[in-house]
Ligand binder design. Structure first.
Ligand SMILES: Nc1ncnc2c1ncn2[C@@H]1O[C@H](COP(=O)(O)OP(=O)(O)OP(=O)(O)O)[C@@H](O)[C@H]1O
Ligand SMILES: [Mg+2]
Length: 252
């Protein structure tokens, strides 16, 4: 059984079909990138999966269960986490407090679904907090107010907050947008690390093709809401239709 499956998923905004009959399958442990030109419907697809948007029709299944009509927080509780929502950071709290809240929320959210995930005590929460800060390289900045972090570190904290929820699926929408080259590099290193050490399943939306081709097991190409190609990085690299028609001759 696939971890995530969308079936004939459609999202219309007025007369515009932003998601057009999308069948997306993500297997456990798989790293999938979604690419496509501006307005192709990448963010819409992510927002349908997190239930921030209601689909017009179609079905979304996570671990075999339909999540199509669930509330966003129910989807989070089942193990879907989205990173890179700046709104997830509390600017006045310290970095550690932010991570702590995420760790506490994770405990609260998941205990009824997965016994093993239940953290029995505050000690466990503190431990998870420190591990999370360590994982995203923010231990030294733990006592700084989150608002004082440089932009790149803020985004790393967001990844930390998403990871503290111990998700089974991590969704990332343009994690390196607006970052300096160094910040981009450290974020990519972090995602690589997450991939290597945690073996986490993720779906990444990213414009930077170098990142996409180095990090993905499989690439799904969207255009005008439709999946026009999918395959391994090598298959997509060699796909002329993708190259010429849909990426405007960008070298892959
Ligand atoms: N809330 C909305 N109301 C109306 N139209 C929307 C809404 N959100 C997105 N759209 C439209 O749906 C289409 C897909 O948008 P979406 O943001 O999913 O594209 P995207 O692939 O993420 O683009 P980008 O690469 O620029 O982030 C676009 O034409 C966009 O204008
Ligand atoms: Mg987008």
């Amino acid at each position: 059984m696939a971890l995530l499956e969308t079936e004939a998923l459609v999202k219309e905004f007025g007369g515009l079909v932003a998601t057009d009959d999308v069948d997306l399958t993500v297997e456990e442990g798989e790293r999938v990138s979604i690419i496509g030109p501006n307005g192709a419907g990448k963010s819409t697809l992510i927002n349908l999966i997190t239930r921030r948007l209601n689909p017009t029709s179609g079905d979304i299944r996570f671990k075999g269960e339909s999540i199509t009509r669930m509330d966003p927080h129910e989807v989070v509780q089942r193990g879907v986490s989205k990173s890179f929502q700046t709104a997830s950071i509390f600017p006045d709290l310290t970095v550690r407090e932010n991570a702590e809240i995420a760790a506490l929320a994770a405990e609260h959210g998941s205990f009824s679904f997965n016994f093993l995930r239940h953290r029995e005590s505050l000690t466990d929460v503190h431990q998870l907090t420190e591990e999370t800060l360590d994982a995203v390289g923010l231990l030294r900045q733990a006592d700084v107010p989150a608002s004082d972090l440089p932009y790149g570190d803020k985004r790393r904290l967001e990844i930390g907050i998403a990871l503290a929820a111990e998700p089974d699926l991590l969704l990332m929408d343009e994690p390196t947008a607006g970052m300096s080259p160094e910040e981009t590099k450290s974020t990519v290193d972090l995602i690589e690390e997450v991939k290597r050490e945690l073996g986490l399943t993720f779906v990444l939306v990213e414009h930077d093709m170098e990142i996409v081709f180095s990090i993905s097991d499989r690439i799904v190409v969207l255009n005008r809401g439709r999946v026009i190609a999918e395959g391994t990085p090598d298959e997509i690299r060699g796909n002329e239709e993708v190259q010429e028609a849909y990426l405007g001759g960008v070298e892959l």
